[in-house]
Unconditional design. Structure first.
Ligand code: PGA
Ligand code: ZN
Length: 429
């Protein structure tokens, strides 16, 4: 018999809970022999890459087909027996058992929502058994770099009921010297943006989208960037030094029959590329995520060549937290970095591989939430543990977004004088 340790998993149970859009999602509880408890909740994306791991949904009438009882059953009936008794502190081995049990390239048998929630619950239970916060359990004592928040304060695309083509317009408080100061700057800009939008477009302009950013009735992407500049200035900060801007275009969503619908017009990939170059010249945009559809991967490289390092080109739907795809697209010269979302690949171990691949190749990682989120705070810990330096977790509003910001404040407080905030440095190539 294998001797049991304090880290041995003695209890695994899943249940169906709700995400921030009111859709069902998977929550998993794990308890170890030493009494450690961990919980993981799977998030859900709305603008997904074609090569993402797939979540299991029930179909049928309940919850409009969005139920996850099959994924809950996959945890309780198949995953639990496979990982009970395993060593939670060796979470990579636990993940490997799940990957093997699933046996598909995209988690389609068990469901990536089942494996993601379990993976996060196991590692949280291990940290709890060790009596450490998750970031310290994963990253050790050297992990003390808080991330620069890329705060999505104007929502468009499939995250909002407006006509803005680009999905996310973000502010990065890079001039701050601590994380808490950066968060304050972001909040002040968010509030001043609210006033600007209300004054300019009327009270209906301050309704919010899926990630807590405003969803104003704008049509032109320039209008949104202009609003950000005005808001930063009105809050008393300098655009380009205290606060810089970033975009997530999520361009696969704009792509129809070889062209892109932007600003109410049909643009070819070359015209869209020219638009990006002009926007980077006119506004302090430091990063553009998913500027082209996955089908137009070659244009990522053309854009990088045209920008010559003036802004980062980041993959999300293109790279889907998959180490092999990250390696391929970096080798082809298409990206300066990639988004890391555990549920795009289905386990923390595989997300870790994507992070390590980026690091080895000298590229940026950006840890990210999804548009459908929960109170789960694991990504705050992952950002600090792997010294990622950049996090996307939405506007500084709505509980599922502030839960991450608040956790980062707690981590900063826990680290007290040892916490570091990289600011502008993190963007340098
Ligand atoms: P999603 O969008 O969570 O809806 O996929 C987030 C993103 O594209 O970064
Ligand atoms: Zn994205």
């Amino acid at each position: 018999m294998v001797p049991t340790s304090r880290y041995s998993i003695r209890y695994v149970k899943a249940l169906q809970v709700l995400d921030s859009r009111g859709d069902p999602t998977v929550e998993v509880h794990v308890v170890t022999e030493g009494g450690g408890f961990g919980r993981g909740i799977a998030p859900a994306g709305a603008s997904r890459g074609h090569r993402e791991a797939v979540e299991a949904r029930d179909g049928g009438r309940a919850y409009g087909g969005r139920g996850v009882l099959k994924a809950v059953e996959a945890v309780n009936k198949y995953i639990a027996p496979a990982i009970l008794g395993a060593d939670a502190s060796n979470f990579r081995e636990v993940d490997r058992r799940m990957i093997q049990l699933d046996g598909t390239p995209n988690k389609s048998r068990l469901g990536a929502n089942a494996t993601t929630a379990t993976s996060l619950a196991v590692v949280s239970a291990a940290a709890s058994t060790a009596g450490q916060p998750l970031f310290e359990f994963l990253g050790g004592r050297r992990a003390r770099t808080l991330p620069v928040p890329m705060m999505n304060v104007i929502n468009g695309g499939v995250h909002a009921g407006n006509e803005l083509a680009f999905q996310e317009f973000m502010v990065l408080p890079v001039g701050a010297s601590t994380f808490s100061e950066a968060l304050r700057v972001g909040v002040e800009v968010y509030k001043s943006l609210r006033e600007y939008l209300k004054r300019t477009y009327g009270i209906g302009a301050v309704n919010v989208g899926d990630e807590g950013g405003f969803a104003p009735p704008m049509r032109m992407v320039r209008e949104a960037l202009e609003a950000l500049v005005r808001a930063v200035e009105a809050a008393g900060y300098r655009v380009g030094s205290d606060v810089v801007l970033a975009l997530d275009v999520a361009a696969s969503q704009l792509y129809r029959d070889g062209s892109y619908w932007v600003d109410g017009a049909r643009l070819g990939a070359d015209e869209l590329l020219e638009l990006y170059v002009r926007l980077v010249e006119e506004f302090p945009v430091v990063s553009i995520e998913d500027p082209f559809s996955e089908e137009d991967a070659g244009y990522f490289r053309k854009l990088r060549e045209a920008l010559r390092g003036r802004a980062l080109v980041i993959g999300d739907d293109l790279t889907v937290t998959n180490a092999k795809l990250v390696e391929l697209h970096v080798a082809e010269g298409r990206v300066d970095g990639a988004i890391i979302k555990v549920n795009q690949v289905g386990t923390l171990t595989e997300a870790e591989e994507a992070i390590e691949t980026l690091r080895k190749l000298g590229k940026k990682a950006v840890v990210s939430h999804r548009s459908g989120e929960s109170e789960d705070t694991a990504i705050a810990h992952i950002a600090v543990a792997y010294e990622i330096g950049l996090i996307k977790c939405g506007a500084p509003a709505r509980g599922e977004r502030t839960s991450k910001y608040n956790e980062l404040l707690r981590i900063e407080d826990y680290l007290s004088g040892d916490a570091r905030y990289p600011g502008f440095r993190v963007l340098q190539l």
